[in-house]
Every structure is written in C-alpha cells, then in structure tokens.
Design a protein around this ligand. Structure first.
Ligand code: BGC
Length: 418
C-alpha cells in the first residue's frame, strides 16, 4: 500500500477525546459503495440486522461502482486516525491493509462459530491475515455474466450469442432493428469488467489465469491476447454514444427497459432486475458471457474490521461479523444483491434460477479448475497492478483505431507494476 498510516490517535489529548466520544457510542460505522437500487436494498438488510441487535448503524456509503471512490475516501479516514468500524475491502487488498497493522482480529468469533468449516477454503484464505480472520465474507458474485432482454432479441430476429464469433451477427441484427446491442457505461472498471470476460471467453480459464493472474509476459504478448483485444475493440461499434461515464445500473436499466439487448456485468446487475420486479426466464435471461460457459469469474464481497479504542465498538464488530454469516442474513442480503451465499450449507430453494445456476456453476468450475478471480473487482492482483492494467484497457477502448500491438505491449508493461 502506497501510503503511511499515522498512529490511530495522535497524542494524549487526541486519545482522550477519541475515547470519551467512543464511550457513549454503540454506533457501528460501515463503509461500502452499495448505492444502486438493488445494492441499497441489500445494505438495508445489514442495517436492520444490526439494529435488531441494539446497535446504531452509521451508514458510510461512497457512491461509485467498483469501489474506487470508496477506497480513496477510506485511505483518508484511516490516515487521519479515524477508521470506520468496518469497510468493504476485498481480495489481495486485505493483505495490504493487514500489513499496515490496523486491522482487528476476528478470531474470537471465527473460532467459536467455526468459520473454517463453514467457508470454502479458497475464501477463508483470503479473509485471513497472518493466520487470523480479519475480514468476514458476505457473498459470491459471478462476474462473467451476460444479461439479456429476450423481447429485443425476438424483435430483431437475433439469436443469443454463445461465442464471440457469433456475437457480431447478433449485434448487426439488433442494430438494424433500431436497438443498442450492448448497454455499457464508459468507466474504467466497467471497461475492464467487459475486457476480462472477453479474455476468458476467447482464451479459456487456463489462458486467463496465465495472462491475468500469473501475469505471464509470454501469455500477455500472445496471439490469443491479440485476438482478445481485437474482439474487445470491435465492441465499440455495439455501444451507444452516450456511454461515457454512465453508471452501471443506468446501463442495466437500458436492458430492463428494452432499449438495449445485452449487458456484460456481474450479477449485482440482477439486483436491479429484481428491484424492478422482473423475472428471470421471462423478462430477462442470464447467460454466461460468450465462450465462458464452463468457467466462473468470482468476486467476493467482504467486510474488513479496523482496530478500535472503544470496547463497545469492538463488541459491535463481533456482532456484525457474526450477523453477516448467519443463514438468515445470507439469505435476505443475497436475494436482494443478486449474489449467492458464501456459506456452503445454505438451502437455495427460495433463490431464482440465475442464482441456482451460479451456485451449480461455481461448484462445477471449482472441480474443473476453471474458477478464476476477477481483476476488475480486486480479486486477483495487487491494487497498483490492477489499476495500471485498467488504465491501458480503458485508453485502448476509448481510442477507436488504437493499435492492438501497442496495447499488448502496454498491458504487459503495466502487469509488471507492483
Ligand atoms: C462489488 C459489488 C458491487 C459492484 C458495483 C463490485 O466490485 O463487489 O458488491 O455491487 O462492484 O458497484
């Protein structure tokens, strides 16, 4: 992490003031970026479960899909010695924060509740720093989804594309019928979300892992990566001119309202369909992003807890951690959020067909070795590396006619940044 923490309370007076305020507080402040319709509904479940336990929920929502804004604000708060009780921090960043020595140890709850038995091993490992739980996982999102408006496909006489070779033909028919083929928001994290699905669909899970997780220079310079860039670049023709800066949920609304045919987005998009009262299989379809049917790009939301000076807040953090993994919360939260429970022992009969497919595909991909972490959603590589790679991809996407060879070189260079 490229910044230095200051002591949590600077000087005796600062500590005293901090302590005296905290003594009255059972406020639990939680930083997150769940501000769209579906996300806010899911976050409200967390608020209500904490209130039912006698705590006051202090909402620290920082708008901005993908969480970049939230992470910037969080760093400022921690550096100024005033960390929230909990924050949504994911993947390798948990280790980076752990190394700063500011995270709280959740072992007292994790040991009693036997989290090691409740969570898949790959998930548990990410939540631990130096062998101790410092984060509690909330859910499992699948990123390599494509959301479909079947009425638009029907009106255009197009077939849903299941490979990138089939995509241009479908897009052409959709365009000719007066619809937008691909709903997209031109923000770097959304560009990268689409790009990583293209890489997975073009190259398969082994290639994705080699190029995007192991950051192998040969794979990054390969013909497969060149082809992925070509396919990705061709999508510029399938989005509308108003895409720049559009929020992801506005793009989802275009599919919901029948302006656009498809969106390549993680299943937080499903939260928007649910919120709009839409039914999968009828009003919309969830299919794997072209060419990625047998793979699963995962994105796990988690709440990391920061050390606090007030024992009441520490107690509240333990209550929060325990609530997050309770079956009741796992159900209501994930129904609204579009994700699936992170607990492996949950009954999914109240979940929709997309969630059940996600759970099945997760298991199958884990068995087949095709479960891969999302870079766009901070699961795969250090934040600095992901940020540099994201810049290259966005610049390429926003410069029609940009050289693919140059993009390959620049991506490979960015992958070296730590
Ligand atoms: C988070 C999701 C969130 C999405 C859009 C992802 O990185 O994991 O929880 O819904 O960004 O903001």
């Amino acid at each position: 992490m490229k910044f230095k923490m200051r002591a949590l309370c600077a000087g005796a007076l600062g500590c005293l003031l901090f302590g005296s305020v905290a003594a009255h507080a059972t406020n639990i402040e939680v930083l997150h970026w769940w501000t769209s319709g579906g996300e806010a509904k899911a976050a409200a479940q967390l608020k209500s479960i904490m209130e039912s336990k006698g705590y006051t929920w202090k909402d620290f929502a920082v708008a901005g899909g993908g969480g970049e804004n939230a992470m910037t604000v969080l760093k400022t708060r921690v550096v100024s010695g005033d960390p929230p009780a909990a924050a949504q921090i994911k993947g390798p960043s948990i280790q980076e924060w752990g190394a700063e020595g500011v995270l709280a140890d959740l072992s007292p709850v994790a040991n009693v509740e036997k989290w090691d038995r409740m969570l898949p091993g790959v998930v548990a490992d990410v939540m631990k720093y130096d062998g101790h739980y410092v984060a509690v996982p909330v859910n499992v999102h699948r990123v390599n989804w494509m959301w479909i408006n079947p009425a638009v496909f029907k009106a255009a006489g197009a077939d849903v594309p299941h490979t990138w070779d089939e995509f241009p033909e479908a897009a052409k028919k959709i365009r000719a019928a007066g619809y937008i083929p691909l709903a997209h928001g031109g923000q770097p994290w959304q560009d990268f979300t689409v790009f990583e699905s293209v890489v997975l669909g073009v190259g398969g899970a082994d290639f994705y892992r080699q190029a995007m997780v192991k950051l192998d220079q040969k794979a990054l310079h390969s013909d497969t990566m060149r082809h992925a860039f070509e396919v990705f670049g061709s999508l510029r023709a399938d989005i509308d001119p108003d895409a720049p800066n559009r929020d992801w949920n506005q793009a989802t609304a275009m599919v919901i309202n029948g302006k656009a045919a498809m969106q390549l987005m993680g299943d937080w998009a499903k939260g928007e369909f649910t919120q709009a009262g839409k039914m999968p299989g009828k009003d919309y379809e969830c299919v794997a992003a072209p060419g990625s049917q047998n793979a699963f790009t995962f994105n796990i939301d988690s709440l990391v807890m920061f050390q606090q000076n007030d024992a009441n807040v520490t107690k509240g953090q333990h209550a929060l951690a325990s609530a997050v993994l309770s079956p009741a919360f796992q159900k209501v939260f994930n129904l609204a959020k579009g994700s699936i429970p992170v607990r492996t022992d949950m009954d999914l009969s109240d979940f929709d067909a997309c969630a059940r497919k996600s759970a099945r595909d997760f298991q199958a991909a884990a068995k087949a070795g095709t479960l891969v972490p999302s870079i766009a959603h901070q699961m795969a590589v250090p934040a600095a590396t992901a940020g540099a790679m994201q810049d290259v991809v966005t610049q390429f996407f926003n410069a029609p006619g940009a050289s693919v060879d140059n993009a390959l070189d620049r991506l490979a260079q960015a992958a070296r940044i730590q």
